[in-house]
Ligand binder design. Sequence first.
Ligand code: OGA
Ligand code: MN
Length: 296
Amino acid sequence: MAVAIRACDPISRPAFAGEVSGIDLTRELSPAAVTAIHDGMTRFGVLVFREQKLTDEQQVAFSRQLGPLEDAISDLRPVEERRISMDLSDISNLDQDNRVMARDDRRRLFGLGNLLWHSDSSFKTVPAKYSLLSARAIPPRGGNTEFADMRAAYDTLDEEAKAEVRDLICEHSQIYSRGLLGFTEFTEEEIKLCAPVRQRLVRRHPVTGQLSLYLSSHIGTIVGWPVPEARAFVRDLVEHGTQRQFVYAHAWRPFDLVIWDNRVTMHRARRYDPAEVRDMRRTTVTNEVSSLEQAP
Ligand code: OGA
Ligand code: MN
């Protein structure tokens, strides 16, 4: 069966978020299928695949066909407390014994940073290109993931604003995003690991040449700006870029796999009952270079 992609919302967002059919991700993909996925990502920014019953090994193997992966080191779980391999980020609310974490579990509270609009690994010198999130168990209500189109966010700025943001450089750290939620207790070691990293605020897509706003809750300041002014401005941009018409909300079904391009989107998780199991696993294809190398 040939790979086909149709827009999830053809009327209001024909070029953002597509649903893919005709592909089985548990098997090794043909070069043509890999190309179709890359092309679909370039066009839609978010791709949804239904009914993909992946094991961790299959998810990793499939993800590697799209590019080199980054290590899953950003969730503050020591290696001995991990449920799954270092090739996958554990986006669940489960501990190493597969039990739902207590409401005040530090690892859970840290993970709540995902409720804020962000782009994955923007706090790393070399950030994420694609994220691939597989739903293994979902709660009965809530827990959607929302995606905002940062190409549209840039395109709809007025000319004055476009000129103002074009060459700005932001500093990103998980300390900032967690700080927004009042999660402020970090060890010396964690503070060292979370040293701020610089990224461009406007970046150019290497294939399409399109510009997009590179926003994230991990941003703590703009280089050369007073901090309060920078944060207020970044808030305005996030508010602009996450208006409903730019947002696709994904309502998960078990064994959905969603891929998003972190260069052109932001995303956030929505709340769900903390007593219910939500088991999601993410592989992440690295961008290989900093956004500083993707100037307009
Ligand atoms: C992620 C993420 C959102 C969600 O996996 O990077 O932000 O809904 N997930 O779990
Ligand atoms: Mn994320």
